[in-house]
Design a protein around this ligand. Structure first.
Ligand SMILES: N[C@@H](CCC(=O)N[C@@H](CS)C(=O)NCC(=O)O)C(=O)O
Length: 200
C-alpha cells in the first residue's frame, strides 16, 4: 500500500486524489493526514520542504510534489493516460497544468498572508500582486477552457476553481461564465471531484 500525506482542504492533495481515482489507483493508496504547521509532523522528514502532498511508496521512497506524484501514478497505471507522452500535446498539457498550479500557489500565498502575518503587517501590494496572477490566469482559461481528452490540466484547473470557491467565496464565478459551465461539466463527469470536496 502506498501512503499519501495530505490534508482534506489541500488543492494539490485533491489533484493527486482525483488523478489516482481516474487512473484506478485509489485502492492502492492510504491517505494519512498531515499537519504542515506541526513541527513534530513527519512530513518535514518525508519532504524537507514540509509541504503536502507527498507519496510514500511501499519501498519507503518518497515522491513530491503533486506534479511528480501525478507523473508517477500515470506511469504506474501504464503511462500517457493523464499526461500525453510525446510532442506538442504533452507540452501544451504540462504548460496549462503549470498555469493552474501557479494560480493555486498565488491563491495560497494570499491565504498565508492572513494566516501567518500579523494584521498590522499585511502588505496589500503583495496580496494584489498575487491576486493579479490569478485574475490573468482566469482570463486565459475563460477564453479557452481545456477541452478534448481529459488530462492533468483539466484536473489542476478544477482543483484551482474548487480552492477559489473554498477560500475566496467563489468570487471568480461572476465574471467567468464559461468556466462555471466547464466546472459543472467536469464535476458531472468526474465523481472524484465531489468526493474530494472539503466541507469546512
Ligand atoms: N508545488 C507543490 C505545492 C504544494 C503546496 O504548496 N502545498 C501546501 C498545501 S496545499 C503546503 O504544503 N503548504 C505548507 C507550506 O508551504 O509550508 C505541489 O504541487 O505539491
Amino acid at each position: 500500500m502506498m501512503i499519501l500525506r495530505s490534508s482534506p482542504p489541500s488543492p494539490f492533495g485533491r489533484k493527486v486524489k482525483i488523478a489516482a481515482a481516474l487512473l484506478g489507483l485509489s485502492e492502492k493508496i492510504e491517505i494519512v493526514a498531515a499537519d504542515t504547521t506541526d513541527p513534530n509532523d513527519l512530513i518535514r522528514v518525508q519532504n524537507p520542504l514540509g509541504k503536502i502532498p507527498a507519496l510514500i511508496l511501499e519501498d519507503g521512497s518518497v515522491y513530491y510534489d503533486s506534479r511528480v506524484i501525478v507523473e508517477y501514478l500515470d506511469f504506474a497505471a501504464g503511462g500517457g493516460l493523464l499526461i500525453p507522452s510525446y510532442g506538442a500535446p504533452r507540452f501544451e498539457t504540462l504548460t496549462l497544468a503549470s498555469l493552474a498550479d501557479g494560480m493555486i500557489d498565488a491563491a495560497i500565498l494570499q491565504v498565508y498572508e492572513i494566516r501567518f502575518r500579523d494584521p498590522a503587517k499585511h502588505e496589500p501590494k503583495w496580496v494584489t500582486y498575487q491576486a493579479e496572477k490569478v485574475s490573468r490566469g482566469l482570463g486565459k482559461f475563460e477564453a479557452s477552457p481545456p477541452s478534448g481528452r481529459r488530462t492533468i490540466s483539466h484536473i489542476s484547473l478544477a482543483c484551482l476553481l474548487g480552492y477559489l470557491d473554498l477560500r475566496f467565496d467563489g468570487a471568480w464565478r461572476k465574471d467567468h461564465p464559461n468556466l462555471v459551465v466547464w466546472l459543472e461539466d467536469f464535476a458531472a463527469e468526474v465523481s472524484a471531484f465531489e468526493k474530494t470536496r472539503f466541507v469546512p
